[in-house]
Design a protein around this ligand. Structure first.
Ligand SMILES: NC(=O)c1ccc[n+]([C@@H]2O[C@H](COP(=O)([O-])OP(=O)(O)OC[C@H]3O[C@@H](n4cnc5c(N)ncnc54)[C@H](OP(=O)(O)O)[C@@H]3O)[C@@H](O)[C@H]2O)c1
Length: 256
């Protein structure tokens, strides 16, 4: 086995591919050789642009709209992806519904907790039910959930986001045990506050007050997050499952 991330002959689905991190994850998986189903919710123009970029890399791609909080919508996404590219071997759950601004528990709207539960927990339930049976049948599959360093920071005002992402963490670790015997791995990547296209456009890459607490003394980049996703999606990560990998320069360090 060569020591490169080789996703040739793999089909990947990236939810939230139109988002800041999803777009780099989708093109990185394509650069590693995968055909990619590009999921979007509202941003059809960005999805079309990504499909063009991925086809420009010589890979196949399709844009698929879905509300990831709705099982029927995810099932229909699955049918479209399968009909055009084949059943996904790799699923990356990156979509998120953004609740902003964050408030204290005493002030946060109860609906925000329900929104985050749907976005972070139910998205993964629906994706698992839709895509993992075929992976189990084939005896090979990769599921990567995008979590966050906030899961371990538990800072004031983060409660809706943290409760959703902690629920997602519990769900995916149980799932890892359940599908492991069939050769399917389930892992998570937990980025820190990451530099992406919107920062480059606005010139907001640097943030000293954040970076000074990070052992590597800087913010990470979208590409650095995508690199770890690509590794976990590949054969190089064949014996890694149930893991949550922080990509945050050491800003949080889960203990064992
Ligand atoms: N960016 C960071 O610094 C950072 C740090 C830590 C963790 N994360 C995690 O990384 C992931 C991506 O974050 P991001 O900053 O790239 O997010 P983002 O730019 O806000 O993108 C969110 C994505 O989710 C999609 N989406 C929103 N609501 C949806 C719904 N109901 N159904 C389906 N799709 C929906 C959006 O689709 P449309 O655009 O097509 O509407 C978009 O593609 C998230 O899981 C987030 O928690 C990000």
């Amino acid at each position: 086995m060569s020591i490169v991330v080789d996703l040739s002959n793999r089909v990947a689905l990236v939810t939230g591919a139109t988002g800041q991190l999803g777009r780099v994850i989708a093109t990185t998986l394509a650069r590693a050789g995968a055909d990619v189903a590009v999921h979007f919710h509202g941003n059809e123009a960005k999805a079309a642009e990504l499909v063009g970029a991925i086809e420009g890399l010589g890979r196949r791609a399709v844009a698929v709209r879905a509300d990831v909080a709705d099982l029927q919508s995810v099932r229909s996404l699955g049918e479209t992806a399968q009909a055009t590219l084949g059943a996904p071997d790799i699923v990356v759950a990156c979509a998120v519904s953004q609740v902003w601004p964050w408030s204290t528990v005493l002030e946060e709207d109860p609906a925000d907790y329900e929104d985050q539960f749907r976005s972070c927990v139910m998205q993964n339930v629906h994706l698992a039910k839709t895509f993992l049976p075929a992976m189990k049948e084939r005896g090979w599959g990769r599921y990567v959930g995008i979590n966050t360093e906030c899961l371990m920071q538990m800072g004031e005002t983060m409660s809706a986001y943290v409760s959703g992402k902690r629920g997602m963490d519990g769900l995916l670790r149980v799932l890892a045990r359940e599908v492991g015997p069939a050769g399917v791995t389930v892992n998570q990547v937990a980025p820190g506050w990451t530099i992406s296209e919107q920062d480059r456009a606005a010139g907001t890459e640097e943030n000293e007050s954040y970076s000074k607490t990070v052992p590597l003394r800087r913010r990470g980049t979208d590409q650095e997050v995508a690199n770890v996703v690509a590794f976990l999606a590949s054969d190089l990560a064949s014996f890694v499952t149930g893991a949550l990998v922080p990509v945050c320069g050491g800003n949080v360090m889960p203990t064992v």
